[in-house]
Design a protein around this ligand. Structure first.
Ligand SMILES: [Ca+2]
Ligand SMILES: [Ca+2]
Length: 339
């Protein structure tokens, strides 16, 4: 049955305002009757699920999902990625922001913003390692080749196609991201709901004493296949996974960071002018080496960004003076993190 459009809109608004009184014979007072429906679906006005237009009932809407920023087809944050499964700032279709917010504002999910200078490399079993990897249509095929296209010390992304499987690849020491807010991300892309299995027979990443990091691995399914009795290669003994700490190689050439990149002692000596600098065989452990002006601002309750701190500092006056807003205070705070 074809229903008049005006009636359909009345029903739709009825869903919003829960004011309809069972127009189609509903018995509980909350039903949104849809006497013209042909598909037999329940319409109780309380569960708004699929957003589909009822094809047997031109113009009416079975159920209506208020669009979130992650479903409505608009690139809200202007990063060229739109909605869930494309924009990594969306944890799912119900995320209200394409922006990547702290986990406690993302229902516990980890989300990311693609930086304007981020390189995003796509990997697919249908890909080709001679392609540029910079779009789903030009994906590369192997994880090791994808890793070679990423830049150490940058907030780049390697995205594996959901539903595809990779076996026996290792990224070795791999790379560092830029910083905690701009990590190197290994994650997934595509329409499939199946996380891509990465089948290992050793370490996927083995930092082997290298201290630079900021790597986020999210939305993948790792399997150490020699441990799987159902796998033909089962031996029950082979280990694999991630190795970020350990005795390593006692290699003093690999644990300095210069501008976010691993550097040799000689690089450090050249850049710092400390020609007589020496290196410990492995990184020392500091109290809190990641402290910053931003975390300092948070510690004294004036916000969480550099502009927050500066805004508070600009309020200093003879009548309103705070020692903890002088330059010395964050210097001491950051220095104390290296004790
Ligand atoms: Ca976006
Ligand atoms: Ca978000």
């Amino acid at each position: 049955m074809v229903k008049a459009t005006t009636t359909s809109f009345a029903l739709l608004f009825g869903l919003f305002f829960a004011a309809c009184g069972g127009g189609g014979g509903g018995s509980d007072g909350g039903d949104v009757g849809d006497a013209g429906a042909s598909d037999g679906a329940t319409r109780d006005g309380s569960v708004l699920t699929d957003g589909a237009v009822d094809s047997g009932d031109a113009g009416s809407v079975d159920a209506f999902v208020p669009p979130s920023e992650c479903t409505h087809g608009i690139d809200n944050d202007g990063d060229d990625y739109t909605d869930w499964q494309n924009d990594p700032g969306c944890f799912g279709p119900g995320d209200s922001t394409e922006a990547a917010l702290p986990r406690d504002q993302e229902h516990g999910f980890t989300t990311f913003d693609v930086g304007s200078d981020s390189v995003v490399v796509y990997v697919s079993q249908d890909g080709d390692d001679s392609a540029d990897g910079l779009s789903p249509e030009t994906a590369v095929q192997t994880l090791t080749h994808a890793a070679s296209l990423l830049r150490d010390g940058h907030g780049d992304f390697m995205l594996l196609k959901r539903g595809h499987t990779w076996r026996g690849e290792s990224l070795g020491r791999f790379l560092s991201g830029q910083d905690a807010a701009h990590p190197m991300v290994i994650s997934s892309y595509g329409d499939s709901m199946e996380l891509p299995p990465v089948e290992l027979d050793g370490n996927f990443i083995d930092h082997n004493g290298q201290a630079c990091s900021f790597v986020s691995v999210v939305g993948l399914h790792f399997v150490v296949y020699p441990k799987d009795p159902a796998d033909a290669a089962f031996d029950g003994a082979t280990d694999g996974g991630f190795r970020y700490v350990g005795g390593g190689s006692a290699d003093s050439s690999a644990w300095f960071c210069l501008n976010g990149s691993a550097a040799a002692l000689s690089d450090w000596q050249g850049a710092s002018g400390e020609a007589d600098a020496t290196a410990l065989p492995s990184p020392p452990s500091f109290t809190a080496p990641d402290r910053s002006v931003e975390t300092y601002a948070g510690s004294i309750g004036v916000g969480s960004t550099l502009p927050d701190f500066l805004a508070a500092a600009r309020l200093q006056s003879r009548l309103n003076w705070r020692d903890d807003l002088t330059a010395l205070a964050p210097n001491d705070y950051i220095r104390a993190g290296f004790e």
